[in-house]
Design a protein. Sequence first.
Length: 372
Amino acid sequence: MKLDTILVHAGGEPDPATGAIAPPIHLSTTYEHTPEGEATHGHIYIRETNPTQERLETALAAVEGGEIALVFASGMAAVAAYMQTLPSGSHVLRHTDIYTHTRVLGQDFLPKWGCEATHVDMTNLDTVGNAIRPNTKVLWMESPSNPGMDIIDIQAVAKIAHEAGAQLVVDSTFATPVMQRPLQLGANVVMHSMTKYLGGHSDVQGGALIFREKDERAAQAGEVRTVIGGVLSPFNAWLILRGLRSLACRMERHAANALAVAKALEGHPNIEAVHYPGLPSHPGHEIATRQMDGYGGMLSFRVKGGREEALKAASRVKLFFNATSLGGVESLIEHRQSIEGPTSVTPANLIRVTVGLEAAEDLIEDLVQALG
Ligand SMILES: *Cc1c(COP(=O)(O)O)cnc(C)c1O
């Protein structure tokens, strides 16, 4: 079955009790069990499993082609749950350009758990192999990466990881399953901040881990969720499932708009560089064309003249909002270093753009006037 069809139907069986086509939201925290504690209808307690969460997980596993999906209260709860499955003494190898709080988790929390994270430029495969240590248990990457839009060869990095006995986890938030399915390229786990495109309307937070195999690590991540408690609310699971239904259509438009904006900005006299994998000038263009079904709705660009000029451009937009997050219907712009704070490694002149579903002409007009 084609992905567009799976996105509409997976986890969407009519409600057996009423025949309702739109799924019910089950808010109950507790479910009937026998005096001996056996579940009479498959669920016991909301923190473990519940029917609304189960629908979303069934859908995500089908969409990404994994054996099991686990959803969490946020993208970061999903990242942390995976990291908490690692045995003490593990080394985590990550790409240099990475979501800011994933970086912070590596700096501030992994050492407390007896683990360690280092970074390497994963666009250079030779350096990846050399950065692996005997205790490397996981390679972690985003492609495209946040906010630099680096493209990493998932298949090649998966091979390096597996030769070293490590797992590859791909944070595929920017690409979404519509543009990229990492498990089919050899990744062991795909992670999503569902707060972004999957929810799609800037009104719900959630995170997911989808495992290619129902392995030991998947079982442990499930235990982390139950015991540490970073669970998604049924209402949020329901909203995200609703978002999934239109994901294919939305991504088509996000990507078409982003390409139009990227093309319009490239060559602008006040722009130093545009980072969008759909542009032939992007160093990862060929890999992106091979491993993605489109280039997504995110881009970033660097303004000539440094931080001050970038902030000036960000302050002049009229249609775009200055706001963080991404993947909603409205276009947002952000001076990324300002929001990442003092530990940021993002260039001072970089502006990140999430291209929404407005008319591309209006978005281009706004950015061009803002650039002066
Ligand atoms: C937003 C984001 C996260 C974190 O997700 P939350 O839902 O905000 O916790 C992780 N990775 C990437 C690439 C993101 O954009």
